[in-house]
Design a protein around this ligand. Sequence first.
Ligand code: TPP
Ligand code: SF4
Length: 291
Amino acid sequence: MISPSEDAAACPAPALTAKDFRSDLKPIWCPGCGDYGVVTALYRALAAIGRPAHEIAFVSGIGCSSRIPGYTTAYGFNSVHGRALPIAQGIKMANPELLVLVAGGDGDGFSIGGGHVPHAIRRNPDLTYLVMDNQIYGLTKGQVSPTSARGTQSPTSVYGSMEEPVNPLLYVLAYGAGFVAQGVPADMDGLTKIIEEAIRYPGFSFVNIQSPCISFGSPDNQIKNQKAKLRKLSDLGHDPTNRLRAMELAQDYGRELYTGVFYRNPNPPPTYERRIAELQGRLAAPGATGA
Ligand SMILES: Cc1ncc(C[n+]2csc(CCOP(=O)(O)OP(=O)(O)O)c2C)c(N)n1
Ligand code: SF4
């Protein structure tokens, strides 16, 4: 008789492919939307990670980009505008074994949901947060968003927006995120690798994806222009363990299109779920006070 582990070794699970993560739901994004590239890169990254879809929970907010969980075979929750992060943290606490992904737009993440980002970062759950940053509210037809450049004309800023944009890279770096990167659909191999690295990072990871909105976004910020503009951080010799240099580079958000890993903490601190498990272990000991 062979043991279950010998049995598994004799019949290894077939390797996963990108197709295994593509659901039957046909995306309804506008033809040419950057989000098509993002979901394709995600399928490839998940195939490289090799966890089956039933071990993945994928939470999003509301927006065009937030439709993304439905286009994957993972468990998905297209939840409430701006509330993807708290929901994802709850899922991770309830079942730490799940691979938990979070996604949404720049409006979802840095406008209505902006207050959740610092708290997720300081708790450090092992989540990967993908923001599809198109500098506009896509789903509601092109209003100015928190990352829109000053002067952006839109239905809610007819004379041009008067505020400086939020800088998502600097925002998460300043709050201490352990993994911060930026990718573009114009470089699919690069984007796939970044998403894979973010998922492999043991803690809160953030990927800002410059994912153009073809219908309402700026004509200067489209996939065809990204190819000419992008500058890979690896080609610049950037050391991703240098957080202060990462913050310096991040200041060029909106001027330069840097892609790659800005920062990866070389000594990742314990995750929130690990701290909880340790506390539970201490409290379970006879006579424990938890102090
Ligand atoms: C509580 C609440 N407020 C406002 C809305 C309306 N709304 C839906 S999506 C959206 C913004 C979408 O922009 P973004 O999050 O950047 O995603 P995109 O559609 O550009 O991918 C807004 C304001 C809502 N659904 N719920
Ligand atoms: S409106 Fe913009 S963000 Fe929404 S699907 Fe169309 S191109 Fe994409």
